[in-house]
Structures are given as C-alpha cells and as structure tokens.
Design a binder for this molecule. Sequence first.
Ligand SMILES: [Zn+2]
Ligand SMILES: [Zn+2]
Length: 422
Amino acid sequence: MKAVLDHVGIAVSDLQASLAFFRDVLGLHVEATEEIASQRVRATFLDTGHSTFELLEATSPDSPIAKFAEKRGPGMHHVALRVDDIEAALAHLRARGIRLIDDKPRPGAEGALVAFIHPSQAHGVLVELKQPAQKVQRFTTVGRHTLGSLELVTLSDGFFALDGGAMFGVVPRTLWEKRLPPDDANRIPLGMRPLIVRDGKTTIIIDAGCGDKMDSKSAQIYGLDRRYHLDHSLADAGLSGEDIDIVVASHLHFDHVGGFTKIGKDGALVPRFPKAKYIAHRAEWEDATHPHERNRASYLQENFVPLKDAGVLTLVDDGTEIVPGVRYRRSGGHTPNHQVLMIESGGKTAVFTADMYPTSVHIPDPWVMGYDLYPMDTLAFKRAFAREAVEREYLLFFEHDPSMAAGYLREKDGKRFVERLI
Ligand SMILES: [Zn+2]
Ligand SMILES: [Zn+2]
C-alpha cells in the first residue's frame, strides 16, 4: 500500500490560544475550520505545504478529544496518512493481523473517508488512514440538445486519467491544479464523451471512447474507470450499436477510437458497430499506420486496421461533408491532421472540439497539451477559433472534460469563460 503524510492532528484545549502560536507566531495560514459532528470535535486546518496541521478542539465533554486531553493533556494526537483506496488499505492491514480501531471507513472532515489503526500496533502513535473526497464531480449523464433539425446526444465511455503536467504543457501546476485537482500520482481525471448526431435518417457517432480491449497494466496506468461505459450510455439514450450508420474519427488516438473495434466471438477483432461505415482522415490514417517513437503509444493498430480489413473504412480529406451539415475541419496541432467536427443546422453551429479543447479548462489560448506534436499550430488555430466561437455563439463539446459535456464560450470585460449547457 502507498501512504502519504496528509496531516498531523493536535489536541488543543483552547483554540484561540493555540492559534496565537501556530498562526500568529509560526505564521501558518488557516485553510478551513469544520465541525465533525460524529466526533464531537471542531477541526481547524493550517497549511504546512504538502500537508496540514489539524487543531482539534472538543465540542462536548464526551468527545474522544476531551477524554484524550483529560488523560494526557493537550498535545499531538494522531498522524494521518492519505491512501487512494481505504478499503484496500484496511484489507491489507487485516491480512497482516494488525489491530484496527475502525474495521470500516467512516466519514471524516472535508468529505473524506477515515479509519484509525490502534496505537499499540504503531509503536504508540495513533495513525489515521484517510481517503480524500473526489474533488472533481464526475458526470456521465446522457445529455440531449436540439440544433436546428439535428438531434445531438452526448454519451460517456467512462473516465481515465493522464499526467496533469502533460495535459497542460508549459502551464505551471499552481495554475491548473485548482481547476482539475490531481491525484497522488499527479494524474487528472478525464472523461471520454462520444457524440451522437441524428438527422432523422442517419445516426452518426463521433469518436467512441477507449473501448474494452485495454490490458490491465495499461488500465492501471491510465486509471481507467469504465464501470459506466458506452454500451450503458447508448442504452440510456435509447440506442444500440446496431443503430449507428456512420462512425467518424476526430483522429486515431486510442482514447478516441479504441471503441471502434471489439474482440469477436472467435477472438478476432471486428467492427464494434456492425452496420456502420467508418470515416477517418486520409493523412491521419497514414500517420497512424506509420507510427514513430513519439506517437506509437497512442496509435494502437488493433483499433483501426481491422476496419480496413473488414472493408468498412472510407478515407476522406480536409473539409469533407460527412452528411449535410456535418463536416470535418482541420485544426492540426495535436496531430498534423487532427479534425474538429463542425455541425450546422437552422443557422446554429455546434463544434465537437476533440483534443483541440480537451476540457473546458483548456480555453485560454496558450493552455496547450504537452502531448501536442505541433503546439504552435494548436495555438494559431485556437486564437482564430476562439474569436469565431464567441462571435457566432458556437456550442462547444468537450470530449475529455470530467464534469461538463458542452457549453458556450463567452467573453466579458476581456475575459473568456464557458457557460455550461450540459
Ligand atoms: Zn489525441
Ligand atoms: Zn484525447
């Protein structure tokens, strides 16, 4: 198990007197104060860099902190270690015969789950295990929007996680971590949100998530969470794989087209949407089928070569209209031929932005992913596109945003922001 120091708990009998030392003399900043009813205690958190001091004051004479202070006087009460999975940590300790105070996790401060190890097991130290609350609200709901005569349905293939630094390129962590807090492995949660476009005759799906072929080692590296995946999402939208007529790829990275193929009954790879024709960009296909050291890990042949073998693949060029109102537009940058999808009907425009705006946090022009092969191309495209999106009120779809599927880019007093729709 991996444990990181989260905080040191200090029992105090007079909070104001203790703040006169910890805050005023030491200069530590008070982050928050919270009453934990179940423990009859008030906790005040002071920032100490990567961890905190938690000053604990009893709110009732029968509080464990009151009893502790009565017996031993104020002083250090416990140390808390942060773990990713508290149930797994408790199972690990139980299997080694370690005596626990809490057999099951219980609610702690800030929405965390906590459990204590008996001090006799930790050489006199009371040790708390803490699994922090998930800070980013993950959102999988199927969302519908009518655009002129088209119906748009945003779906979910679950979540994965990528290194936060790589997701924000040259932008320092201090700027992005508040918007998308990373886990202990520095990964930020990302959604996979394919989009359905229907015009009454034809049902199109744009991208299809990472699918179900990922091996367990990669699934661990990428923090894959597909407890709710594309099949569930299609069913919730009243659809199945059989209903899809056209499958379109923004580009051929695994987190966009892993769901294009599946392992068939005899173990061979087959198209996942049995009645669909698949569309990819011709030059992107060339790059994907001739990978180099820098892009090999993203272009997994199993996701797209079987489509060519099955005779269901059509390669097209820049600007191709896939059905009336839905067309490719080259953004480049991320890959040289990365495409966004322009969707137009009844004088309104929606844009599936794929990896150009992977999340709504990537709106500022220089917030470009470290993954992008040609970041200056991304920057140039974003600059022009953002102006267009504000002026013409484009509805933007964010394929990797963990908590927002779509919104409008607005500008007020020179500041850009996203007004969430779904
Ligand atoms: Zn990509
Ligand atoms: Zn991606």
